[in-house]
Design a protein around this ligand. Sequence first.
Ligand code: WT7
Length: 663
Amino acid sequence: MSDSGEEDVELEARLREQEYFRPPAKFVGQANVSDPAIYDRFEEFPDGFEEYANLLDWDETWDQVLDASNPPFYEWFTGGELNASYNCVDRHLDERKNQTALLWEGEDGEQRNISYRDLYREVNEMAAALRSIGVEEDDVVTLHLPMVPALPVTMLACARLGAPHSVVFAGFSATALAERVDSADSDYVVTIDGYYRRGELLDHVQKADAAMAEADRDPEVLVWTRHDEVDDSVDVSDDYTMVADLLDDHRRERVDPVSRDAEDPLFLMYTSGTTGEPKGCQHRTGGYLSYAAGTSKYVLDIEPEDTYWCAADIGWITGHSYIVYGPLALGTTSVMYEGAPDHPHKSRTWEIAEKYDVDIFHTSPTAVRQFMKWGAEYVEGYDFDFRHMTTVGEPIQPEAWLWYYKHIGGEDAVIVDTWWQTETGGHLITNLPALEDMKPGSAGLPAPGIEPALLDDDGEELEPASGRAGNLIIKKPWPGMLQTVYGNDERFISEYWEDFSDTDSDDWTDWNYKAGDGAVHERDGYFRILGRLDDVMNVAGHRLGTMELESAVSEVQDVAEAAVVSRDHTEKGEVPDVYVILREGVEESDEVRQRIVGAVEDEIGKFARPANVVFVDDLPKTRSGKIMRRLLENISNDKDLGDTTTLRDPSVPERIRDQVKAD
Ligand code: WT7
């Protein structure tokens, strides 16, 4: 038996005998929260949340904590005014101007150590540069940047001007970028010539070229450079403005932070929903920043003296809240790494942890499963000592949890699983690390002031801690919640509220936020998240809508009809499988398969690439013609088909299954 086989047996045995794990005493002794009275303070609704708002510097104090008079359009800290860039940068200068704010490591080994003073200078110069090309308060600026310092610098420069940013993950394709530029009415795009991934300099600006050709709008494009000069291998259009040139004109300039109303939007973050069109989740300035800072302090246990590393990408909400806004609002030192965890070798993560003496480490279950697969030998010999570790994005299997605990945490670090969403702005279900026992596989208790519940499909609330599964809802508003879907209040209501609220009521207690996830409220009060109940899948922690994938596949001329379902995957959690009916006369071939895969890469991005493309003669449909994706999902996951009698042709799923098995 191999070592890993023996280890699996040992991990399983340990999990059988031990359900809960105590947080280490040395952690508890130093934690930011060690008194359970915090839950009582937040029982005072909504005033408990002032504790988070008080972590910030306000230009004008709020008059009212929550205005719930027009649900679900809640307003937080109304009358308050503040600037997010001031809170993340300027206010730290007195005490920690020489402290490192961002410790950046390029994949090629380049390093930058950006102090709070450097950050202040760079953010001001970039704000001046943006203003000089016409960016004004409330203009949406689209950022298509990878994990380089230019990204947080540009975000904070936008925040300084009161211009909401809309960061599009660098892995998104030109088409996805164009769609988001148009959807956000954005007249400015900030990109970069290239960046490193697995040793290769990727030409990134070409995505902007293609996006500008596709978009209806005609935004001004600004281009950062990965090195001091444009790389010769990359061709940058003369139509674009080089950020480096602009900055030269604005050296040492200062821009006063624009005082923003607490309810003014800070940013948009697009995410996938149940239709083909991504939603621009709009986050407010005061409530969002308060919630990101508060949860960074209480859940992530961040102290200014810490070195904190969240190994997510700033292009997703995790990076917004827990690389940029939360940690910088608290004045800590945050690590940022450009590249792949296995470049140039599989110990890169632990090498960085050792080099920068990281105290707090934040990653995804997908990454943990990958580290686990690579093996503990890649961790051994690296000298780092995490006090706190987290996971986010998907449920973590108890075996993966225990491996993380043992091999990365040395059985001496606390671990919290944090459940939340792009829409929620910050953690909603998570233990407070010093207060609750860890339980592998469970997200834990609700965060302070958060009231989740489970409803059955008829909307009836399940008994608390019943041990049963239901639709996860949140009963009370919280400051980090999205304000609306940009430009589409109806969609905001239909996606998140309509199903489980009395939409005629103007009493907020009749409104419930629908998370779209299934969960079990266990008898010990912990929530175990089961995953999405809607047509949204979670691929390596990235959320993808079935409809978006299907519409990308349908772009291919050869395709008559397509259905996309998720298949469980040992490392990535889920992967998309595509079932396709080809048009009359089109032969099945690898070329067609390649065209389909290519279409998904072009429309969305390489990270969304389908795992399997299955050519079929027919799809399982109801008599009214609706595709029963659930049956295909059962086929993909080798599960029982279940009832097929309502199908127009009940023999279809069997035929597909035989075909998949034969392949
Ligand atoms: C969906 C939200 C929030 C940052 C990353 C993803 C799933 C998120 C957990 C967790 C189980 C989780 C849910 C959720 N999810 N965290 N700790 N345990 N599932 O943000 O892209 O908006 O996706 O991710 O299904 O609805 P997102």
